[in-house]
Ligand binder design. Structure first.
Ligand code: MG
Ligand code: MG
Length: 262
């Protein structure tokens, strides 16, 4: 069942989303070679709780931490720990916050120090794919319009979308219907209407789309070891333009990537 939110619920989600955005900004400020992902997790959890929120991921199906921290070829669901970030790699950070009973969910892939041009292009294209998906979150469109836009931007750049992981509805639960694949056909799937709140989250790779689950039971990496990127926003469908509930002015998506947008 697809749950439409009341205007009051959307405002509550925007408050949760604001804490998510602040947390990602704070994590980004602390990312540097040598810091461990466990330290980033502690910084994030302290901020979420100081703002009155609860880290949604902690304890979710037994997940042991407040953020997901996924370096290099790891796509999603990395467990923070003793791993130390290295100059020149990328780190995907996923944050969920529950506040007032409603959830915000957003991810950002950061550069650790200076990264190479192809890694930067992967990040830029993933952000552009997210922007293209968000631009299609309009009443009367269908989920497939979002999916197809993400796929087109990614594949036109020569990259692959991960097919076994999808975006989702979000609200009182972190994962609600509908599923939002990052590939698909325009005009297909559930129709979008005001009050729908969606976590749109392209997960893309520089190599093949195949991924593999690690022995820890959580972290998912590219099967071929190629680099991956993940950007996500929680978005409300309105009567008009989509409203990004996890927007950050300091981590502005699309600031560098206008030329990549269709
Ligand atoms: Mg997420
Ligand atoms: Mg999500």
């Amino acid at each position: 069942m697809i749950v439409r939110k009341s205007p009051r619920e959307v405002e509550a989600m925007a408050r949760a989303g604001q804490v998510v955005a602040e947390t990602l900004e704070l994590v980004g400020e602390n990312i540097r070679p040598g810091i461990t992902t466990a330290e980033l997790d502690r910084i994030a959890e302290e901020h979420i709780r100081a703002r009155g929120g609860v880290p949604t991921f902690k304890g979710y199906r037994g997940f042991p931490a407040s953020i997901c921290a996924s370096p290099g070829p790891m796509v999603v669901h990395g467990i923070p720990g003793p791993y130390r970030l290295e100059e020149g790699e990328v780190l995907s950070v996923d944050v969920g916050v529950t506040l007032g009973g409603l959830v915000g969910d957003s991810a950002y892939t950061f550069a650790v120090g200076e990264i190479g041009p192809e890694a930067q292009r992967l990040l830029d294209v993933c952000q552009a794919a997210l922007e293209a998906g968000i631009a299609n979150a309009r009443p009367g469109n269908r989920v497939g319009d979002i999916s197809a836009a993400v796929q087109r931007v990614t594949e036109e750049a020569g990259f692959s979308v991960v097919r076994s992981l999808v975006g989702h509805g979000v609200g009182r639960s972190m994962h609600e219907e509908p599923q939002i694949p990052n590939f698909g056909e325009p005009g297909r799937g559930p129709e979008l209407a005001p009050g729908l709140t969606l976590a749109i989250e392209p997960m893309i790779t520089a190599g093949s789309a195949a991924v593999a689950l690690a022995d820890d039971g959580w972290s998912i990496s590219t099967a071929d070891g190629s680099l991956s990127a993940h950007f996500e926003h929680t978005v409300a469908v309105t009567d008009g333009d989509p409203r990004v509930l996890t927007a950050s002015t300091r981590l502005a998506a699309g600031s560098r990537v206008g030329s990549l947008l269709p």
